[in-house]
Design a protein around this ligand. Structure first.
Ligand code: NFA
Length: 102
């Protein structure tokens, strides 16, 4: 063994500082929600800039989906629910989902 008794013990007992798994919030395209409304929700709920919000919206519009941001699970689920409620409250089928990062 090359380490000291102390560092050998430390290697056995020191708890690993686990980083929580992060969750993606994903924006789904639909044919009805206005672009400006999607962008407004991305700015207000996810605190994106106008530029970031427009790029995320257009990417989802063109590709079907776009990752908005990653958060801890509870924050991701709360923001997705808030954003879905904003769509529902305004009569739009706007949908956000969450999924764990690999
Ligand atoms: N596809 C919508 C439109 O053309 C815009 C949109 C983009 C909706 C991204 C949902 C998500 N009005």
């Amino acid at each position: 063994m090359s380490g000291t008794a102390d560092s050998d013990l430390e290697a056995k007992v020191k708890p690993k500082a686990q980083r929580p798994r992060l969750w993606k919030v994903i924006l789904l395209n639909d044919d009805f929600t206005p672009r400006e409304f999607v962008t407004a929700v991305l700015k207000s709920v996810f605190r994106l800039t106008e530029d970031q919000a427009w790029r995320v919206m257009i990417t989802a519009h063109q590709k079907g989906v776009c990752v908005v941001a990653v958060y801890t699970r509870e924050v991701a689920e709360t923001k997705a629910a808030d954003a879905n409620e904003a769509g529902r409250a305004n009569g739009f089928p706007l949908r956000f989902t969450t999924e764990p990062e690999d």
